[in-house]
Design a protein around this ligand. Structure first.
Ligand SMILES: *Cc1c(COP(=O)(O)O)cnc(C)c1O
Ligand SMILES: [Zn+2]
Length: 437
């Protein structure tokens, strides 16, 4: 067959790579409907399956590079059936060489995958929502919804607005002001539930059953979660079609963690990158660390907790994919650790000062755990390490408000400025002396 003919065959057979849903536990297969648990057999979670032979024939580095500058360059690996997907510019966020942070920590090759600047709502959740709402539209839902710790509500409301879908989101009533404003501005219906995320989630499961809405992270969860694979694909592509040695990512439900791996492994399967034994390490806040506790205690089950931490976006006390995250860290010689709220704040400031990135509490958690793992010798300086920054600091300003310096208040006069500058320099010299001993 000529190359031209192969290409035509390629584009017309793309759809058939999408096979169906399959239970992660017992393997029972299901059609590509709005469902997320193995209703016929074991109530295990469902996952999207693809025909990798089809993908191997139709996808190459070149076809991907020729695609849009968004997650949709990986469309062949995503669970949509039509070309009518919602592209709001999500994905292809920077992969930065973090040399100053690396030097501070004692690493040689450290990269930051910076989803603090993801589009349209400045968190990694735009990836999963772009995919989930594209699929929701194909499944003909007119109302979309979610149970959120904050960022998911922002993404769902924004992308639903863009796509013209009715939207009703559920959040815990005690979220940060920036997360609430970043939802209501798009004029969805917002329910502030007097309870924690796990209670919100339980309520939403009932609503999903009674109202027939498309909940991105409940009945659409198999499609939604596939969006996180793009955090694997992009890193591989941005590293020059290579896998890293070690990744560090935050854990809430544990979904994103597993999907980074699925992304890497799919690229290996279809021959886009060479295989490598990637190590996967996960980060939690001490005030909500059910996965980390189980990891450190050598347990293979998760004991749910009641969250109490400033890292609200990753505060899930009963994580749906917790057991899979545990297995993944253990099987790959990775680690899972947790850090205190003061360490999270230090993590936010460290990333800001060394790399010019203002992340939210989830990112502070990830940086603080990275630091802890390096200090404990659990990440070697020689490993090419990628740390995932998943959210933006402007949304959780109250967490650092009292922890930063204030502007020098001066008169609009040169003398006043000179005086203040002298005072500032003296203060800096003092601080520098203190931190360098
Ligand atoms: C939701 C979220 C996560 C983690 O997501 P899971 O896939 O549930 O583990 C990480 N970081 C931020 C900022 C989030 O909003
Ligand atoms: Zn099953």
């Amino acid at each position: 067959m000529t190359q031209a003919l192969l290409n035509t065959v390629g584009t017309t057979t793309l759809e058939s790579a999408l096979k169906g849903l399959r239970c992660k536990e017992c393997g029972q297969e299901y059609p590509l409907k709005a469902m997320h648990v193995c209703e016929d057999v074991c109530f295990g979670p469902l996952e999207v399956v693809y025909d990798y032979d089809v993908l191997r024939k139709t996808v190459s580095r070149e076809t991907i590079e020729a695609g849009p500058n968004s997650i949709w360059r990986y469309r062949a690996f995503l669970p949509v059936e039509t070309e009518n997907y919602i592209d709001v510019g999500t994905g292809m966020t920077p992969l930065l060489e973090a040399n100053r942070l690396a030097r501070r920590l004692g690493l040689k090759k450290l990269y930051i995958k910076n989803d603090a600047v993801n589009m349209p709502t400045l968190s990694f959740k735009d990836r999963v929502v772009s995919v989930a709402l594209s699929r929701a539209r194909e499944l003909e839902f007119s109302t979309v919804s979610c149970a959120s710790t904050g960022n998911l509500a922002n993404s769902t409301a924004a992308i639903a607005a863009h796509a013209g879908l009715d939207c009703c989101v559920f959040i815990p009533s005690d979220l940060e002001a920036g997360k609430v404003l970043g939802t209501v501005i798009y004029s969805p219906t917002v329910m502030g539930v007097k309870g924690n995320y796990d209670q919100v989630n339980r309520l939403c499961s009932e609503v999903a059953n009674t109202h027939g809405w498309g909940f991105v992270n409940i009945n659409l969860r198999p499609y939604y979660s596939e969006g996180s694979k793009t955090l694997g694909y992009e890193v591989a592509e941005q590293l020059g079609w290579e896998l890293p040695d070690h990744i560090v990512a935050p854990l809430a439900s544990g979904s994103l963690f597993g999907k980074i791996r699925k992304g890497f492994e799919e690229f290996v399967k279809v021959g886009l990158v060479e295989d490598k034994k990637v190590r996967y390490s996960g980060a939690q806040a001490e005030g909500c660390s059910p996965i980390s506790k189980a990891f450190k205690e050598g347990r293979d089950f998760i004991t749910p907790v009641k969250p109490n931490t400033i890292a609200k976006s990753i505060a899930i006390g009963n994580p749906a994919d917790g057991v899979y995250a545990l297995e993944q860290a253990r099987a790959t010689n990775g680690n899972i650790d947790d850090v205190t709220d003061p360490e999270i704040i230090e993590g936010i400031k460290l990333l800001a000062e060394t790399e010019g990135i203002f992340t939210e509490t989830a990112g502070g958690t990830t940086i603080a755990v990275l630091k802890k793992l390096v200090e404990a010798g659990k990440i070697s300086p020689d490993e090419t390490t990628v740390v995932y920054i998943t959210g933006n600091g402007l949304k959780t300003q109250e967490s650092v408000q009292g922890e930063v310096s204030q502007p020098h208040l001066i008169e609009p006069k040169l003398a006043s400025f000179e005086e203040a500058l002298e005072r500032a320099r003296t203060l800096e010299r003092l601080e520098w002396k203190q931190t360098s001993v």
